[in-house]
Design a protein around this ligand. Structure first.
Ligand SMILES: *Cc1c(COP(=O)(O)O)cnc(C)c1O
Length: 365
């Protein structure tokens, strides 16, 4: 049997007619940037998240970067981000001219450890960016309390967690703004690059829209030195076709995760932990294993696709050498980088495929 790490084929087969219709609609209209599809998707996604505003942008990195910019964060400011995340979280901070300050995650949840945030807060700290990594919500109550006590903004990185809930509340609604990515592999994926920022603050929403459109409030009038980052009509139309299926697709991921959690029985493997407060959406199903690379080879040889999220933590990335961190500074992130292995997880996996992955892991010694 051959099981890819991820596949879009099952959902694309299912929504084939809708996606082709979306393409036809846009192509026939012959209008590609800033139009009715973008507007309709923004309205629909704001509705899904239960917020007042959604601004479509070019990708998830820009969704975060423009949110930081709109909040006035820049040169000389510090922003707290987890040391175990995708590089985009840290780069968003760098691109506005601010400095990312890393905090080690909790080894059980893989997410930023709230008890380690306060020790890195300085007079320059402006914001905390919790990342709901692998689709697992961060422990938002203590994070919100720290932000409140120290007068810090919260910008949630929701790129991996569309539809996840913390104590029954959708992620993306806990801070001043939240960034989503619709990269094809995300839980809600476009057929190309796309992203969005959501917020309940009208001023921030308007500023993000202007910033992503060359800093322009009306045509050829520029109030900011902006970027070009807009959600194009084609991608918006595909997202509109897929959004009504997001909850169902997430449910399917939960079913796969449940089968993995119940079926995998191998003392060399540590399964993901789901805290009481969390309703995860399993963007990634990450196990831990001391002999990770051996297990990976065993799975790959048996036809099972895998991935590592992420093999190099932020503080040891070459591009961040200038920040002066060294090996040992974030032991938990380093431990995760050496032991985490991601199993196949996508809408449309069959029972037979899930059981096969389980059997291969259980047969490994
Ligand atoms: C994917 C991702 C991003 C960036 O999204 P892009 O659309 O690829 O720019 C940001 N943060 C996290 C945690 C991600 O996984």
């Amino acid at each position: 049997m051959k099981i890819p790490f991820v596949s879009f084929i099952p959902i694309e087969k299912e929504l084939d007619k809708d996606l082709r219709e979306a393409f036809e609609r846009v192509y026939t209209r012959s209008w590609y940037i800033e139009g009715v599809e973008d507007e309709a998707f923004e309205k629909a996604f704001a509705g899904y998240c239960g917020v007042d505003y959604c601004v479509g942008v070019g990708n998830g990195l820009d969704a975060l970067m423009l949110a930081l910019k709109a909040l006035g964060i820049g040169e000389g400011d510090e922003v707290i981000v987890p040391s175990n995340t995708y590089i985009a979280t840290a780069l968003a901070v760098t691109y506005v001219g601010a400095t990312p300050v890393f905090v080690d995650p909790d080894v059980n949840t893989f997410n930023i450890n709230p008890t380690k945030i306060e020790e890195v807060i300085t007079t320059n700290t402006k914001a905390i960016m919790p990342v709901h990594l692998y689709g697992q919500p961060c422990d938002m109550d203590p994070i919100a309390e720290i932000a409140n006590n120290h007068n810090l903004y919260i910008i949630e990185d929701c790129a991996q967690a569309h539809g996840a809930k913390y104590k029954g509340q959708l992620i993306g609604t806990f801070g001043n703004a939240a960034g989503f990515s619709f990269y094809p592999g995300k839980n809600l994926g476009a057929l190309g690059d796309a992203g969005a920022t959501i917020t309940n603050d009208k001023d921030i929403a308007e500023k993000i829209r202007a910033l992503g459109n060359y800093g322009s409030d009306y045509k050829y009038h520029h109030i900011y030195k902006g970027n070009n980052s807009r959600l194009d009509e084609m991608q918006a139309s595909f997202l509109l076709a897929k959004l009504p299926h997001l909850n169902r697709m997430n449910e399917e991921r939960r079913r796969i995760a449940k089968k993995y959690l119940e079926g995998i029985k191998n003392s060399n493997v540590i399964l993901p932990f789901v805290p009481e407060y969390a309703e995860p959406v399993w963007h990634i199903f990450g196990i831990r294993c001391d002999r990770r690379d051996e297990l990976e080879k065993y799975l790959n040889d048996a036809g099972v696709g895998t991935n590592k999220h992420y093999p190099i933590p932020m503080h040891l990335q070459e591009c961040y050498k200038d920040l002066g961190y060294k090996e040992g500074d974030f032991p938990i992130a380093e431990e995760i980088s050496k032991t985490e292995l991601s199993l196949p997880m996508y809408y449309g996996m069959t029972d037979e495929e899930i059981d096969y992955v389980i059997d291969v892991i259980n047969s490994w010694r």
